[in-house]
Ligand binder design. Structure first.
Ligand code: AMP
Length: 221
């Protein structure tokens, strides 16, 4: 039996951290479409050149490109045990394609990490990056902390300014809602309080997964 998990949530909700940890705990594949696209840009591949400006503007890469990418990735042997998706699906079209791709596999668990807007603004606008090498520091305790990697100074990214953060979160919320509705009409969407500690969120995810596996086994058995 495979275990497939989709983690939905706005930027700053802890989606990346949770999907990484979950993949490690359950020995399943983590697929971050943002990471794959950033790597393609970094490698200057034909995909990278095609999506570079879209990534820079925060727009969405076309559904057909994204669906082909995920379909290809899921066809590898290391996806057989299951996967956790971070950043996909982002549109109802992508969700419909994924429904077809995962039919006939084990349970599909959809998790929605919920964090109030003001907390997201606080988290994102306190994030700092090194002005020299670009590494991200979640929340350095003092403004002039020095980068451990290169000795550079931490600065706030232009798009982490609170006013811009609010606008980005609004765009994201408008996109997320139809997606959550798509899943709510078809299956359980498990809302998880993302303001808890990372360990508590991880524990909540594990309980949801254990229950889904039990349900799946009793239906199959
Ligand atoms: P992320 O790291 O998930 O925030 O993704 C970074 C950027 O990659 C996004 O702002 C989009 O431009 C693009 N991207 C990632 N995943 C998708 C997706 N499923 N559909 C469309 N564009 C995506």
């Amino acid at each position: 039996m495979s275990l497939d998990v989709i983690v939905l949530g706005p930027p700053g909700s802890g989606k990346g951290t949770q999907s990484e940890r979950l993949a490690r705990r359950h020995a399943i594949l983590r697929i971050s479409t943002g990471d794959i696209l950033r790597e393609a840009v970094h490698m200057d591949s034909s995909l990278g050149r095609a999506v570079k400006d879209i990534l820079r503007s925060g727009g969405l890469v076309e559904d057909s490109v994204m669906i082909a990418m995920v379909r290809e990735r899921l066809s590898h042997a290391d996806a057989t045990r299951g996967f956790v998706l971070d950043g996909f699906p982002r549109t109802v079209g992508q969700a419909q394609a994924l429904d077809t791709l995962v039919a006939e596999r084990g349970p599909l668990v959809v998790v929605n990490l919920m964090v109030p807007l003001e907390e997201l603004v606080r988290r994102l606008s306190s994030r700092r990056i090194c002005g020299t090498c670009g590494v991200t520091a979640a929340q350095p305790s003092c403004g002039d902390a020095v980068c451990g990697q290169c000795g550079g100074t931490f600065v706030r990214r232009d798009d982490d300014d609170p006013a811009i953060v609010r606008a980005r979160l609004q765009v994201h919320a408008d996109r997320l809602q139809p997606l959550v509705n798509h899943y709510r009409e078809r299956r359980d969407v498990h809302d998880v309080d993302g303001t808890q500690s990372p360990e508590e969120v991880g524990g909540a995810l594990d309980s949801i997964i254990a229950a889904a596996e039990r349900r799946w086994q009793s239906q199959a058995g």
